[in-house]
Design a protein around this ligand. Structure first.
Ligand SMILES: NC(=O)c1ccc[n+]([C@@H]2O[C@H](COP(=O)([O-])OP(=O)(O)OC[C@H]3O[C@@H](n4cnc5c(N)ncnc54)[C@H](O)[C@@H]3O)[C@@H](O)[C@H]2O)c1
Length: 264
């Protein structure tokens, strides 16, 4: 179940957090993994801990040439790409009136332009491998619960993740119409304990006019009916499933992994 034997995955923003955990699980499932990030030192460290089935290459998802280099390095080393995980992302943690135009443009560049460029530029490699496999290739996009329901904490982040949610469905439809055999699905995490998770606690505290991050963490926890916050492994398991042939009949779908937050 959920095996990725013989497959090659490219994961953006995987130097740490959800992406790094996904790389680990994918290697355990039999895949080769290429990690791209702007955090070069951390990315190389992550790859060292993963062993021979992984490579690190600098990737700034906002830059077309950077994607071209990343994809070329991956195909040169591993012979192709079966799976693209558009995981790189940023959280702003500011209200509409506090955010500057420059901050908005940076958010859009990473959370949306990055997903567009990765998808566009990986398509030729994904198509090539899809032709020779029973169930084709797969793209998994990291959206968020903030891409399904509104966020009073970060409305601009929510706008970008809402875009990723519908881009996922549209890309799935376009590739199906063209007969590309590339499935495209999104995953929607609740609050996950990563560097970004910490940023959400800080923003929540600031919104309440305090710097009590511990109190903000408790409030965040109380919004998850399951009684705990998420960990990267909770999300990585869902990504591995969506990328694997076990999800062969899924495309244009969103997998919600949020401890019941959006069930309320
Ligand atoms: N942590 C959460 O609570 C949560 C919830 C919902 C969705 N998500 C989404 O999951 C994904 C992973 O987040 P995480 O929690 O692991 O956060 P994280 O901050 O630990 O990891 C994000 C990674 O993206 C990288 N990155 C940022 N800008 C980049 C760029 N221009 N080019 C390449 N890489 C870049 C960062 O260096 C970092 O390694 C993000 O898309 C995030 O929006 C996270």
């Amino acid at each position: 179940m959920n095996r990725l034997d013989g497959k090659v995955a490219l994961i953006s923003g995987a130097a740490r957090g959800i992406g790094a955990e996904t790389a680990k699980l994918m290697i355990e499932a039999g895949a080769k993994v290429a990690i791209g990030d702007v955090l070069d030192e951390r990315g190389r460290e992550t790859v060292r801990s993963l062993g021979v089935g992984a490579l690190y290459h600098h990737l700034d998802v906002t830059q077309e040439e950077s994607w071209q280099e990343m994809i070329a390095a991956t195909t040169a080393r591993f012979g192709g790409i079966d799976i693209l995980v558009n995981n790189a992302g940023m959280f702003l943690g500011k209200g509409i009136e506090e955010a500057s135009l420059g901050e908005w443009q940076r958010l859009v560049a990473i959370n949306m332009t990055g997903v567009f460029l990765g998808t566009k530029l990986a398509v030729p490699a994904l198509r090539e491998r899809a032709a020779g496999t029973p169930h084709g290739s797969a793209i998994v996009n990291l959206a968020s619960i903030a891409g399904l329901v509104g966020s009073q904490l970060d409305p601009l982040y929510s706008m970008t993740k809402g875009g990723v949610t519908l881009f996922t469905k549209s890309a799935a439809l376009e590739f199906a119409r063209k007969g590309y055999r590339i499935r495209v699905n999104s995953i929607h995490p609740g609050v996950i304990q990563t560097d970004m998770g910490e940023q959400t606690f800080t923003a929540r505290a600031r919104n309440q006019g305090s710097n009590d991050v511990e109190a903000a963490r408790k409030v965040a926890l109380s919004t998850h009916p399951i009684g705990r916050l998420g960990v990267p492994n909770d999300i990585a398991k869902g990504i591995v499933f969506l990328a694997s042939d076990d999800a062969a009949f899924m495309t244009g779908a969103g997998l919600v992994v949020d401890g019941g937050l959006t069930a309320q």
